[in-house]
Design a protein around this ligand. Structure first.
Ligand code: SF4
Length: 337
């Protein structure tokens, strides 16, 4: 049993991760259920893995909320759902020029990836075409990777996005298979998995992550990490629920900062070579411990999230510099690979 730990045991987990072996359930639970006094040792082990694959580089991503609100789905955490009473801005798909202006802003913020995110079950033909036109122009004129997040996709839609130059497609698992029905009734966990598989089949890099803090058990957190390992998601946003007033989960509790760090370390151990992003809810859940998250994660969002505020961009840049880490700039040239 792994429950009684010494510093070197965490390093054993790092060794396992580096040799490509998956942690057992017992080992994973030991990370999540470790005493808070163990957190620095756990992070040190996670950092050994992170450093092996990513050095001290930090990838920055910027989100644009390309279409906001009025979503017919009923995800309990989401302020853009038709069920939500949250007073958010609601608008249709932004026009091409606005999407392109967002890409320029992503470059100003030193982001390497620009994430075009639209609320909804899936894109209409008109919405898909609008995104494709913007993506084609961004790819031709700016050195940026593009991630699209437009909901459930058919295979032919994924192919059109791939042909337009979309590098990555985000579709989060969000919560465990067992907890899914408690969070959303209008689509299933399996449908989410299928979309991730479809984009991968079309040669788009899959991005899929989780939201921690929605009533899932520790075992379910481990299952989600293992599911993403098996799905071979290249990028894994680990969100921590920011309970938004007016949503069904408005009274959920925040994740404690120490717990959030253990979760990030676990994802690094289970998906060692993948881009682990400390994502939505970073500021309100990790609070003053935010910088420590980068010893396990190697990626951040800069700026605001879809309907909630992030910290100032300069503060993120300063945090990275203070840690002695370095922003990873996009290696693409204009219109190039
Ligand atoms: Fe929100 Fe997306 Fe769920 Fe719609 S499908 S309610 S936009 S999370």
């Amino acid at each position: 049993m792994f429950a009684k730990t010494r510093d070197r045991d965490w390093q054993l987990l790092a060794q396992k991760a580096l040799t490509g072996e998956c942690l057992t359930m017992d080992e994973s639970l030991a990370v999540l259920e470790a005493e808070d006094d163990e957190v620095l040792a756990i992070l040190q082990a996670a950092f050994a893995v992170r450093k092996h694959f990513y050095g001290k580089k930090v990838k920055l991503n910027m989100i644009i909320n390309a279409k906001s609100g009025l979503c017919p789905e009923d995800c309990g955490y989401c302020s853009q759902s038709i069920r939500s009473q949250a007073p958010i801005e609601k608008y249709k798909m932004l026009d091409k020029d606005t999407l392109i202006a967002g890409a320029r802003e992503a470059l100003n913020r030193k982001a390497g990836t620009y994430c075009i995110v639209a609320a909804g079950r899936g894109p209409t033909e008109r919405e898909l075409e609008q995104v494709i036109l913007a993506v084609q122009e961004i790819r031709a004129t700016l050195p940026l990777k593009i991630c699209a997040c437009l909901g459930i996709l058919r295979g032919d839609q994924a192919k059109r996005l791939a042909d337009a130059g979309v590098h990555r497609y985000n579709h989060n698992l969000n919560t465990s298979s067992a907890n899914y029905a408690a969070i959303t009734s209008t689509h299933t966990y399996d449908q989410r998995v299928e979309t991730v598989q479809k984009v991968k089949q079309q040669g788009i890099s899959p991005c899929s992550g989780v939201i921690i803090g929605m009533g899932e058990t520790h075992e379910e957190i481990v299952e989600m990490a293992v599911a993403l390992r098996e799905l071979d998601a290249d990028s894994i946003p680990v969100n921590f629920l920011n309970p938004i007033p007016g949503t069904p989960l408005e009274n959920a509790e925040h994740t404690q900062p120490m717990k959030a760090l253990k979760v990030l370390a676990l994802f690094r151990f289970i998906c060692p070579s993948k881009e682990i992003r400390v994502a939505g809810g970073r500021e309100v859940n990790l609070q003053s411990l935010q910088p420590l998250s980068l010893y396990a994660a190697n990626s951040l969002f800069v700026g605001d999230y879809l309907t909630t505020q992030g910290q100032a961009i300069a503060a993120d840049h300063q945090m990275i510099e203070d840690l002695g880490f370095e922003i990873e700039r996009c290696a693409l040239k204009k219109g190039g690979e």
